[in-house]
Design a protein around this ligand. Sequence first.
Ligand code: PEP
Ligand code: MN
Length: 333
Amino acid sequence: MRQGATEAEIRGAIAAIETRGFKAHPIPGAQRTAIGITGNKGAFDAPVFEGLPGVLEVIPVTHAYKLVSREVKPESTIVDIGGVKVGGDTLVIAAGPCAVESLEQTLTVARAVRRAGAHLLRGGAFKPRTSPYAFQGLGEEGLKILAAAREETGLPVVTEAVDLEGVDLIERYADAIQIGARNMQNFSLLRRAGKARMPVVLKRGMSATLEEFLMSAEYLLSEGNYQVILCERGVRTFSDFSRNTLDLAVVPAVKALSHLPILVDPSHGTGRRDKVAPLSRAAAAVGADGLLIEVHHDPDRALSDGPQSITPAMFEALVKDLGQIAPVLGRRL
Ligand code: PEP
Ligand code: MN
């Protein structure tokens, strides 16, 4: 739609789309609203829509993914997580423990990352663990702890859902739903999160191509949730010096193809505490919209992902470095 198109003009375009049996997806932006059209089989009559009041242009989308593509919405999307804007001028830092272990542990880490300058609190109440014998998370109790940490620190909470019931609970307690790497192609979970009226952080599957990653995001948008943030967290390769290979080249690739913001998770991306800061700096330099970082005050005793968790002191030093890098890229912390 044109910049300044009225509500009535937007409604009129939606009605014209729907009367032809297609689905309309109005995606609001800071400058103008884009309306994605799905459900058409093959080409349709673009001039019919071009003639409608308020319509600027009709663009056929060439990619398999539609609503996430920049063709549909050239303007970058800014996602609001509890007042924190992801995808704008601020390089957003989400930090916290891999898993919520106790109230004391979560508050200790949350206070430390808040003091150092984090914008969001991350922490898992439901943990997707490789071993069924490993710590699985505190469940709803963990969500209550995260809510208490938000209450004290003011940091909005991002936390992972591993199943449909988890999404229901997270909607009650948190500010954004994380879909983990192992669930990137759990299509029923994606559809459910797509119906949530809460932002979703979608992590890249450990063997997912860029197209598969964007198609999974498309599931979320196709259900009406346009508040989606992508997250690169490393993929499996033959490289044997890190847990995963952090694919930083995917950041500019995503930026070219999609309007969605993208975070980088150097913790899972490397699996090694000493590599988190250098790869965080690189992620900022390559144009990521933010970082997702695991921090623990006693990482060697962490119940999950200790080897890749950095200490509050390391986190503080990293945030200082990022504060120097961000302005070079026209961003701030
Ligand atoms: C996590 O963020 O703790 C997590 C389990 O991440 P991933 O899904 O990327 O492995
Ligand atoms: Mn983890």
